[in-house]
Write a protein that binds this ligand. Structure first.
Ligand code: XMP
Length: 329
């Protein structure tokens, strides 16, 4: 029988055996379930010869950096450094409107920060870390080597998804991929065995490029980042309060770069609109829009317009995937 406790014990032993007693391992934590569970497992195996980095790219949700760092440190006791690279990411993204360009810039900036982290670490340790932990799952393995004749290949990619990874060849790490044989639901269960908090394991997926693909157009326009963080926080909190969080695959706010006319407190306003999107899905490949009751939507809309100065209009996305994608960019 496929028992996850046995898988866990076996993977910990395998990591111990693969990583020599004087060797060091690096890991980039994204705040997602996979990298967190992978790092926690490796930490069980080799302790503080694991060195994690969390890159704050300035594109995180409301208080996200603090929240995930809190979980890493207080709950999981992971050895993790937070690098605040907000200025670098935002200055490189200034004026960029093309979604694929944004993804490429973010991927490249991430690599630059990671390289800098490894160089520093090498100086501190007096030797180069030789392994890299990745939270690769079984479906990623299948997707990156489609079986011959399956008709699938990378040329079918609709969006170039930048997860943590894609490091340049000259960085030459050996890979530690302890989740490589598991599906997402198994990773969640494994995470529970490793005492990763439930609230963390059940979090909605969040795209690697973060809010950059949820602000249409230039990420640095006006107060877009601040505005979208607040709108998103109000929406997702309302979903939690209504007890709907676990039924929904993803829910978020999108900043629209359009000004519309409104009337707020007897005054004519000319401010921004946000779109709300919530979907149900099995795997993110196809999705249905979520049917909230209208009172819920009305309440969220008033909360957003009443508390965010720059917003005078809220719309709800009623498109499934296909024809739309999950994200607006
Ligand atoms: P789409 O928008 O392609 O999204 O229908 C499907 C799922 O993938 C997430 N997504 C991304 N994840 N990097 C990521 O790591 C990306 O560039 C990216 N783009 C979309 C999206 O949130 C959804 O879960």
């Amino acid at each position: 029988e496929w028992k996850l406790q046995d898988v866990l014990t076996e993977q910990i032993e395998l990591v111990k055996a693969a990583v020599g007693p004087d060797e060091h391992v690096v890991c980039a934590l994204s705040g997602g379930v996979d990298s967190t569970v992978a790092a926690t497992l490796v930490h069980r195996a080799i302790g503080d010869r694991l060195h994690c980095v969390f890159v704050d790219n300035g594109l995180c949700r409301y208080k996200e950096g603090e929240r995930v760092m809190g979980t890493f440190k207080s709950d999981l006791h992971l050895p993790v450094t937070c690098v605040d690279a907000t200025d670098m990411f935002l200055s490189r993204l200034k004026g960029v409107v093309d979604p694929e360009k944004k993804r490429k810039i973010i991927g490249a900036a991430f690599i630059a920060v990671f390289e800098e982290f490894s160089v520093q670490l090498e100086k501190e340790l007096g030797k180069k870390p030789s392994f890299l932990v990745q939270g690769t799952l079984y479906p990623d393995v299948i997707e990156s080597c489609p079986p011959p004749g399956s008709g699938k290949s990378h040329s079918h990619t609709i969006k170039s998804h930048h997860n943590v990874g894609g490091l340049p060849a000259d960085m030459q790490f050996k890979l530690v991929e302890p989740l490589k044989w598991l599906f997402k639901d198994e990773v969640r269960k494994l995470g529970a065995l490793l005492e990763v908090p439930d609230s963390f394991l059940k979090r909605h997926p969040f795209p690697g490029p973060g809010l950059a693909v949820r602000i249409l157009g230039d990420v640095t326009q006006g107060n877009a980042l601040e505005t979208i963080r607040l709108a998103d926080e109000i929406f997702v909190n309302s979903i939690r309060e209504a007890g709907l969080y676990d039924e929904i695959w993803q829910a978020f706010a999108v900043y629209l770069p359009v000004k519309t006319v409104g009337v707020q407190g007897d005054k004519r306003t000319h401010s921004n609109a946000v779109a709300l999107r919530a979907i149900t899905s099995e795997d993110g490949m196809t999705a249905d829009w979520y049917h909230f009751n209208s009172k819920f939507l009305a309440d969220v809309s008033s909360k957003i317009c009443n508390s965010i100065r720059d917003i005078n209009r809220v719309v709800y996305d009623i498109t499934s995937k296909p024809p739309s994608t999950v994200e607006w960019e």
